[in-house]
Design a binder for this molecule. Structure first.
Ligand code: C2E
Ligand code: SIN
Ligand code: SIN
Ligand code: SIN
Ligand code: FE
Length: 359
């Protein structure tokens, strides 16, 4: 079938060679004899060949020069080029292959060998294209799947987090707001290039949503404590403090059944680290300074800020200005001093989020 025939350009300044090549190849391929590299480029404006046979020694533009120009065009660079050379010379052969040619064929051609080698190169090219098609298709499938799973995961997360929050009598989007505060802090932190050793292997697509699980351990805390109006006894507070470690165990149980390592790593650091304090007086582990995972140190600021501006069964809401001052006062004791400076720079944005939502 004419339409299935591969297109071959034969570029040679010697008309005898052109005629000869055309004779040999015309049964199998659609052959365009081209007398110069300049005319080849004119032709390439309209025809994308499957392979080019390119003579090296030509007046005006040589085969090497033409090859270099072909490589500059990303579409043409995909077309396999075979050099035609009168005598095989090792140095120039290497030069040609370095330029991106896939093969050399010496003139005069042996007709069956020329056909065979062209067929081989066309087959390889076909296989390369097929592999690329499969790869692209696979990549798209994975993208779709990942999006589905991520959507499902976020829905489950938001629902679980919401249940924890509702039981807690903390109404009005604590989970959503703390996630937004965290994002503000993380964005500014990255902008400033601080703690780049830690942030380098972060995956923000997972880190930010994983913040929704920071208080998931409250699932195991009694309603009586959780919703107590007024101050907790020491004993009750000890019970309440367990929510951080329980949160980590809950996440570890989820982790055992999922491939989402990055998500779970961030989630553990946030749930386990958000009540640690810079001076080592926090819980559950009493970690100090940079021993506390960075995500936890960031979440501490987001979490306390929101607790301060919110109504709780045990406290009245404070103003954003008061909350701002309390965070600054915690610099170096409760909070990482470097992160308090980051917070200070975006405090007005915190206040915006606080005021924008009903609580
Ligand atoms: P939460 O209400 O979400 O508060 C989170 C964190 O914000 C607290 O962690 C604390 O570090 C900070 N925070 C909250 N309110 C204030 C405040 O008025 N002043 C200052 N300086 N910081 C504040 P913490 O203390 O580890 O408490 C963890 C959770 O335990 C609280 O989460 C809350 O659910 C509960 N809780 C703590 N104290 C009491 C209390 O006296 N009564 C009741 N019913 N629950 C309490
Ligand atoms: C705390 O106990 O540290 C915070 C809760 C409160 O204001 O009593
Ligand atoms: C964790 O990173 O897994 C927990 C950190 C902590 O115990 O505070
Ligand atoms: C703050 O920086 O504390 C908030 C300022 C504001 O309320 O706009
Ligand atoms: Fe908490």
């Amino acid at each position: 079938m004419e339409s299935d025939r591969k297109i071959i350009l034969v570029v040679d300044d010697n008309p005898v060679n052109l005629t000869y090549a055309k004779e040999i190849l015309r049964d199998k391929f659609k052959v365009y004899p081209v007398p110069s590299a300049e005319i080849m480029f004119d032709l390439l404006e309209n025809i994308l060949p499957d392979l080019i046979l390119l003579d090296i020694e030509m007046p005006d533009m040589t085969g090497y020069e033409a090859m270099a120009k072909i490589q500059e065009n990303p579409v043409l660079a995909e077309v396999p080029v075979v050099f035609l050379t009168a005598k095989l010379e090792e140095v120039s052969e290497l030069e040609g292959l370095n330029l991106g040619a896939i093969d050399y064929i010496t003139k005069p051609f042996s007709p069956p060998l020329l056909v065979k080698r062209i067929e081989n190169h066309l087959l390889i090219q076909e296989q390369k294209k097929e592999l690329k098609r499969l790869n692209d298709a696979l990549r798209n499938t994975i993208k779709d799947k990942t999006l589905q799973v991520t959507t499902l995961q976020n829905t489950v997360l938001a629902t679980v987090a919401d249940l924890v929050e509702t039981r807690d009598d903390v109404t009005g989007g604590h989970v959503t707001r703390t996630q937004r505060y965290l994002e503000l802090l993380v964005d500014r932190l990255l902008e400033k290039g601080l703690y780049s050793n830690e942030t380098e292997d972060w995956n923000l697509d997972y880190l930010i949503p994983s913040a929704q699980l920071h208080d998931v351990g409250k699932i195991a805390i009694s309603d009586l404590i959780l919703n107590k109006k007024g101050k907790l006894t020491e004993e009750e507070f000890e019970e309440m403090k367990k929510h951080a470690a329980i949160g980590v165990s809950v996440i570890k149980r989820i982790e055992a059944n999922t491939e989402q390592r990055d998500f779970m790593r961030h989630a553990k650091h946030i749930a386990g680290g958000h009540h640690e304090k810079w001076d080592g007086t926090g819980y559950p582990a009493g970690l100090k300074g940079t021993d506390i995972p960075l995500e936890g140190r960031l979440m501490a600021i987001a979490d306390v800020y929101d607790a301060l501006i919110s109504h709780r069964p045990y406290k009245r809401p404070l103003s954003t200005e008061e909350a701002h001052v309390i965070i600054l006062e915690g610099k170096g004791t409760h909070f990482d001093p470097v992160l308090v400076e980051v917070f200070d720079e975006v405090a007005d944005k915190f206040a915006h989020i606080a005021r924008d939502s009903a609580y």
